[in-house]
Ligand binder design. Structure first.
Ligand SMILES: [Zn+2]
Length: 178
């Protein structure tokens, strides 16, 4: 079953597409701001809930509040949430506000080839590059145009904080307990 709707009525710049199967696939596209009623979309979802965030190109501070409220609602309903194809806008937000974080399967970032000038938007699979990513390092990728090794067009330690910090904190907690 697939439903196409707007979370938050006519004025909302967010398009929501929910597909229910074993779990729920929730595809968001557009802007998350004060007009987005994200809690409304949690109704009727099946566990686990997987967000596709590729199309989210903007989130403002009120949108952040709505997003955090939604994550808390999912938790209180006993639903597990994860995200794939997180846009750069969402990664930036997850790096700044830890309450917006959720387990991430894949995310977008930009790579630059200094040899030929190609700027490529690339979706990185976390499982595929786990070792590097959790160490706060960018995986090595070859330029699709000239084959030269490209560089992450961000400070890796800053851009990958949403992955490295939760793991570091969890390790600290575990060390305290033992
Ligand atoms: Zn190149």
């Amino acid at each position: 079953m697939s439903m196409l709707g707007e979370a938050g009525g006519r004025r909302s710049k967010l398009v929501v597409e929910v597909t229910l199967g074993q779990g729920s696939e929730v595809k968001l596209r557009g802007q998350i701001d004060e007009t987005a009623d994200l809690v409304k979309l949690t109704k009727g979802l099946r566990n686990p809930v997987r967000f596709d965030l590729e199309g989210v190109d903007f989130i403002n501070s009120l949108g952040v509040r709505a997003w955090v409220h939604m994550l808390r609602t999912l938790k209180s309903l006993g639903l597990q949430a994860s995200a794939r194809r997180c846009s750069e806008a969402m990664v930036t937000q997850m790096n700044m506000v830890w309450e917006t974080r959720l387990p991430v399967e894949s995310f977008y970032t930009s790579y630059l080839c200094e040899a030929c000038g190609l700027l490529a938007k690339i979706c990185l699979e976390v499982a595929e590059h786990e070792g590097k990513l959790y160490a706060g390092e960018a995986p090595e990728l070859a330029c699709t145009r000239c084959g030269t090794q490209m560089l992450l067009d961000e400070f890796p330690e800053r851009y990958l904080l949403f992955l490295t910090e939760p793991r570091r904190l969890a390790a600290q907690q575990a060390a305290k307990k033992s």
